[in-house]
Design a protein around this ligand. Structure first.
Ligand code: CU
Length: 335
């Protein structure tokens, strides 16, 4: 630490003190800036409570900046005695429904400024907001900048998808989004749809379907929660042949549009990306569509999927052609 301080004094302004300090975060997970409650339920309004366990290498914290990820909306910070509050507003990437109002802008960063929190003390910083339009299993990252006078500590590292966050020196606080309780689906539009007749043209749910060299199995969809606009579908494709194939498109009578998605981490936020070129199914390989990874995303769903239903889909492969499959709707957790 002594060496770093010396470096800071000598080169700080020129070479960036922030970079030096973020590489020397204090050891131990308890020393990180984290949320008190690290889980949030889908489409619920929560109090995201950040814990600041210490200052910057002995110095008192004077400013705390929190960047809010897409999907955490209508945010309001809790004022704190001894701190000024600044709310930076900006555009959301998507439009969110706030009790019937379409909302496109809101708080994107919160700053508590000109405070003085001794390195010897612990404190919390609270933001009320709604988790909206985020798939269960997604971790929302809230990059934090902790400032102690002219010393800056950035808590902004995010593990690669599937990676281990414990290895990070200065990880961004994460909120893991989990599926909420299902309250049944007593929507009026339920009566309008009968999918039992459609199942007859494809193999029964969960069975293995063969098409050329391809073997498709384990098809399921997740039950949709009230208000959830999109549904997820999953299955496994095994290519027993000598030639590569590719899943190019998917259609379903249950949904206006079926997209092929994957989860990715970009700008510190795990989010979904549409795969316009589909999914390669290489010769001899098995490709699994599963929660948190590759998946089908049903847009414009006509009747929300509920547990016990089936969702018929038609998969189109480059070489194997069209394949009918039935997805069994499991619980919202996919079990
Ligand atoms: Cu998706």
């Amino acid at each position: 630490m002594k060496t770093i301080k010396k470096f800071g004094k000598t080169f700080g302004r020129t070479f960036g003190l922030a970079a030096l300090f973020s590489a020397t975060a204090l050891a131990g997970a308890e020393a990180h800036v984290t949320f008190l409650d690290k889980q949030a339920t889908q489409d619920s309004t929560i109090l995201a409570t950040l814990q600041l366990p210490h200052g910057c290498d002995g110095k008192a914290t004077t400013e705390v900046r929190v960047k809010l990820p897409e999907g955490f909306v209508f945010a309001k910070p809790q004022p704190k005695a001894g701190w000024e509050l600044e709310v930076i507003k900006g555009d959301y990437q998507k439009t969110y429904d706030n009790h019937g109002d379409k909302v496109k802008t809101g708080a994107v960063e919160i700053r508590w400024k000109n405070g003085n929190l001794s390195d010897d003390f612990y404190d919390t910083f609270v933001i009320q907001g709604k988790v909206s339009g985020v798939e269960a299993g997604t971790s929302l990252a809230f990059p934090v900048t902790q400032m102690c006078g002219d010393t800056v500590q950035a808590w902004d590292q995010v593990a690669k998808e599937g990676g281990d966050a414990h290895g990070l020196k200065s990880p961004a606080p994460l909120l893991k989004v989990v599926a909420g309780e299902s309250h049944g689906h007593d929507h009026d539009d339920m009566a309008g749809m009968d999918m039992s007749g459609m199942a007859g043209v494809a193999a029964p749910a969960g069975e293995t379907v063969k098409a050329g060299d391809l073997e498709i199995s384990g098809g399921f969809a997740k039950a949709m929660l009230p208000g959830q606009p999109v549904g997820g579908g999953f299955f496994t494709v095994k290519n027993n042949g000598q030639t590569d194939d590719r899943l190019v498109s998917v259609t379903s009578p249950a949904s206006g549009e079926v997209q092929i998605h994957e989860m990715e981490t970009k700008d510190n936020v795990m989010r979904m990306r549409q795969l316009k070129d589909g999914i390669a199914i290489a010769a001899g390989e098995t490709v699994k569509l599963e929660p948190g990874n590759l998946h089908l995303m049903f847009q414009k769903v006509k009747t929300p999927f509920k547990q016990g239903d089936t969702v018929p889909v038609t998969l189109t492969f480059e070489k194997a052609g069209k394949v009918d499959l039935v997805l069994q709707v499991l619980s919202a957790q996919g079990k």
